[in-house]
Ligand binder design. Structure first.
Ligand code: BDP
Length: 697
């Protein structure tokens, strides 16, 4: 082959390579001919019915998506026409849609807003991408939670705190002049799963983001996100009045401070007229806040809320607060600080709470603040980026974790008082509702690092839209859209996704163990670690001693259980009724305690760790079975990462069991592989420049 031809062939091949950039919006030709023809005949025309029937950026985005999508999936041209709707579309809410057939050859997408029409366009495409019948097509869908937001922990210098997919998406230095097309593609992906907001900047906030030069840059990004219905938010550093304004105080009750923030809010809205509001981390992990001046979280939040209120903005005030307080369990602190403030926040404030009371561990019980502040809208913060679940190196599909958090029943207002119903506002009648996910996106070509980690972004969006969806169904949808509808692929990848999170739990922190990871970068085991602060030290949490293992959070211990409803506290407070998944979270359990399997705790623990390693090997076998059924590029990438994951899982198992064995003084039971190295070896392991740890070495 002449060199030029070879080069051209290589380039053509590269262009069509599956590098993951297209995410779940691939729109490749449907290979089943009968299905394709049926769709092509049934969807020759799409009617977009909107309140105005007029064009707009969102409507043209919908039109472009439908045109490109149909052309790709069906190889046929679809005509997209606009009509003014006759009246309100029942059940579609402000941002939802209904899909219905119009005669034999057309589909109508009806919505109460242009953003709703765009969501409907994506829903129709998803319907076809997942090969669902269009015969009696009649779908109505509306989001249950009002604000569905990605929180980017992105720094202005391009690094991403806990980001494992390369640098930040936002190219601050060349903004506002150059706007990479990725901004649009990002917004498109978010809109396709129903998200409607992005906090651009890290919760550990930089005041520079609030200066005119950076507001101009943020406005440029906002302009790219807006056509897709994505609103822009920023994190706010509480000390900005001192740092930027030259004031002598940040006291939220000081008139000069209030005036400074009012003027700042006015300025922001001049740049970004539909600015969503502030996300604030205050008096937490060294961040400044109202308590520095003897004021409360409510004083601080309300002062910012008043500044934003004239413009319709909101404050998302985080409840992730803890300090070294001798005698007070870290997991109890947020509840103690926030419950006395219930009813004292302005209506445009939402208190944003992580799913569990500690910090995004592989498994946590639900946060006791859910249900404990009925007069305050509460937002749920989930972590999509896998800080404690193997970064973007290990496979952990988080749909099951998100679902577990949302469906947790707090019992605070009787059975059915789920976290989901507290967050969506239905339990306590709040109209403001927010769900946030800490993003796992970055500059990597495939957006999320691990080729399967985009499933977590996808699952977050789908559950944020409708928390009654099943995480297994979502995994299947994603698989069909991202890989293929080949039944072997759907079955094998579906099984991998469904089991992967529990597998990570098993090889890292089984039976309710938590916070036993390495210090700072959090990648890998570190139950022995001396972190400098008691509440950052794993022994504070695992409490291993000659007698047993686990944190006693019953009345004989820290009594963290008192923060839950009596029904939950009763069930979890007794080892015989506490779910074994949470056993060591709430109890210090003797090594020879009889578990439900009939084995003693030590043996069960060892076997769980082994089960985790075996689980990764099963993931490997499932993936290997897909050779030839998925493209070579993604196949090889995942295969290599699973090899690494198997090694990492063995390290977790061996290191943790050797460490705990010092206390249990018992042999490994049959069926558990002997460790490869000594404990000294594992304790000496030092990782360098772990991604997502901007300050680490
Ligand atoms: C912890 C992270 C830290 C974040 C903090 C937070 O390790 O980087 O700043 O959460 O949520 O999990 O504020």
């Amino acid at each position: 082959m002449p060199a030029m031809v070879a080069l051209a062939a290589a380039l053509a091949c590269r262009a069509s390579a599956e590098d993951g950039y297209r995410l779940w919006l691939r729109y490749d030709r449907i290979t089943d001919r009968a299905l394709r023809t049926g769709y092509a005949e049934g969807v020759q025309k799409v009617i977009l019915e909107t309140p105005t029937g007029a064009d707009s950026p969102a409507v043209s985005a919908a039109r472009a998506e439908l045109t490109a999508g149909m052309r790709g999936l069906l190889g046929s041209e679809v005509s997209v026409v606009l009509e003014k709707s006759a009246g309100q579309v029942a059940g579609a809410g402000a941002e939802g849609y209904s899909l219905a057939r119009r005669g034999d050859s057309a589909v109508a997408i009806a919505a109460n807003s242009d953003a709703g029409a765009l969501h409907g366009a994506f829903a129709l495409l998803r319907h076809l991408q997942t090969h669902r019948p269009i015969g009696g097509l009649a779908v109505t869908s509306a989001p249950r939670i009002q604000r569905r937001i990605l929180d980017h922990w992105d720094n202005l210098n391009g690094t991403v705190e806990r980001g494992y997919a390369g640098n930040s998406l936002w190219e601050w230095f060349v903004l506002p002049d150059y706007k990479t097309p990725r901004y649009r593609d990002y917004a498109r992906a978010c809109a396709s799963i129903g998200l409607n907001g992005s906090v651009l900047t890290n919760v550990n906030a930089d005041t520079l983001a609030l200066t005119p030069a950076y507001l101009e840059k943020a406005a440029a990004i906002a302009g790219e996100l807006r056509p897709y219905g994505i609103r822009t938010y920023l994190s706010a550093r509480f000390s900005a009045p001192i740092e930027l304004g030259g004031l002598r105080t940040d006291d939220p009750l000081d008139p000069a401070v209030m005036a400074w923030w009012r003027a700042k809010a006015d300025e922001i809205y001049r740049y970004i007229p539909d600015f969503g509001g502030f996300l604030v981390k205050a008096n937490s992990e060294g961040q400044p806040g109202p308590q520095d001046f003897g004021r409360t979280h409510a004083d601080g939040a309300n002062m910012l809320a008043d500044a934003l209120a004239p413009h319709g903005g909101i404050v998302m005030w985080r409840a992730f607060v803890y300090e070294v307080q001798p005698g007070v369990d870290r997991v109890k602190q947020a509840y103690r600080e926030f419950t006395p403030l219930d009813g004292r926040f302005r209506p445009n404030v939402v208190v944003q709470i992580k799913n569990g009371p500690l910090d995004f561990q592989p498994r946590e019980p639900f946060h006791p603040l859910f249900g404990a502040m009925p007069r305050t809208p509460l937002a749920l913060e989930l972590q999509i980026t896998q800080e404690y679940l193997g970064a973007s190196i290990q496979l952990a599909y988080l749909g099951p974790l998100f679902q577990e958090a949302l469906r947790s029943d707090t019992r605070t207002r009787g059975p059915g008082s789920t976290v989901a119903r507290i967050v969506d506002g239905s339990l306590d009648g709040h109209s403001l509702s927010v769900i946030a996910g800490v993003a796992n996106t970055g500059k990597d070509r495939n957006w999320t690092g691990h080729p399967l980690a985009a499933a977590n972004w996808y699952a977050f969006g789908r559950l944020a839209w409708d928390h009654t969806l099943d995480s297994g169904d979502i995994a299947e949808e994603w698989t069909r859209m991202t890989f293929s509808s080949d039944p072997d692929v759907v079955a094998a990848l579906g099984a991998m996704l469904r089991t992967s999170r529990e597998t990570v739990v098993n090889y890292s922190m089984p039976l309710g163990l938590h916070h036993i990871m390495a210090t700072d970068h959090h990648y890998g085991p570190g139950p022995w670690a001396a972190a400098g602060r008691p509440d950052w030290t794993p022994a504070y949490y695992h409490r291993a001693d000659e007698k047993g293992l686990g944190a006693d959070r019953t009345a004989t211990g820290t009594n963290a259980l008192e923060e839950y409803s009596p029904e939950v506290a009763r069930a979890w407070g007794d080892t015989s009724s506490c779910p074994e998944e949470l056993l060591l979270w709430f109890h210090h359990v003797p090594w020879d305690y009889r578990m439900r399997s009939g084995r003693i705790l030590w043996d069960e623990l060892c076997l769980r760790y082994q089960r985790g390693v075996d689980g990764v090997r099963q993931l490997q076998r499932d993936w290997d079975s897909l050779a030839g059924l998925v493209d070579g590029e993604r196949f090889a990438h995942v295969q290599a990462l699973l090899r690494r994951q198997e090694r990492d899982a063995r390290e977790w198992r061996d290191a943790c069991l050797l460490y705990f064995q010092q206390f249990s003084k018992r042999p490994l039971p049959g069926g558990v592989e002997p460790p490869e190295h000594t404990l000294d070896y594992y304790e000496a392991v030092q990782l360098h420049y772990v991604p997502g740890t901007p300050s680490g070495k």
